[in-house]
Design a protein around this ligand. Sequence first.
Ligand SMILES: Nc1ncnc2c1ncn2[C@@H]1O[C@H](COP(=O)(O)OP(=O)(O)O)[C@@H](O)[C@H]1O
Ligand SMILES: [Mg+2]
Length: 281
Amino acid sequence: MSFIEAQGVRFSYETEDAGKKEVLHGIDLKIEEGEFVALLGHNGCGKSTMAKLFNGMLLPSEGRILVDGIDTLDEQRQLDVRRRVGLVLQNPDNQLVAGVVEEDVAFGPENLGVPPLEIRKRVDEALKAVDMYHYRTHAPHKLSGGQKQRVAIAGVIAMETRCIVLDEPTAMLDPRGRAEVMDTIKKLNREKGITIVLITHYMDEAVQAGRVVVMDSGSILMDGGPREVFAQVERLKRHALDVPQATELCYRLKAAGIDLGGAPLSVEECLELFRSKLKTQ
Ligand SMILES: Nc1ncnc2c1ncn2[C@@H]1O[C@H](COP(=O)(O)OP(=O)(O)O)[C@@H](O)[C@H]1O
Ligand SMILES: [Mg+2]
């Protein structure tokens, strides 16, 4: 059984002026426990809607979402779904609610009905996991963007969900904050086996995932390993989607008559191709 399974999911928003607007047109997707999946696509293609469907914040208009076998449409089990899938949103300022870091982290588990002593333990552990334990009595609004987002992630860790969905968690951060958050996410996946769904528009983040799912206007366009997906440069470009910079460089060099013989995902891989090319000349 997959950890998350979307079966023929359609979703429509009710809008005042235009009535019902369908934004997901029949999504089939399986995510296995322990996977690290990057979800990509244009603005407005339905990524955030998917994220909210995964933890039951939104419910499918048609089809269904199973989380660990639980149908999110089952009203009796809404809390069970939230105990399994935690959601981290783009703007940490909208997620931090308390005046002190540790109170903030306690908020999620409190809502799940976790006993106070257990919460104390979880909060300390979660703050250590994101390397923010020293800041536990600080005021969240005085932290940097990356630190705030790590506190928001600690809040989800303290809920002990087996899956964390992060909706563009690095979009408002500077490069250092982005790196901090990516390191934290990778560590949770690698060391704790937590299933990660990372929505991002940074291709250098997507290449760090084990699997890349590309959406286009409410449907899934591509699904595969990062190497497999980003090798299809022309197809991605036709849909006005980006590829990693190193991939782009080699693609353009090839168009200019310099074929390095590969589609690298990183600067290091690109360098390696250059070196072997120079050696053979
Ligand atoms: N609350 C809402 N009411 C009506 N339409 C919405 C709402 N939220 C999102 N949409 C529309 O649904 C589509 C998908 O949005 P979203 O899931 O946020 O996409 P993404 O996260 O990929 O940018 C967009 O066309 C967006 O305008
Ligand atoms: Mg979004």
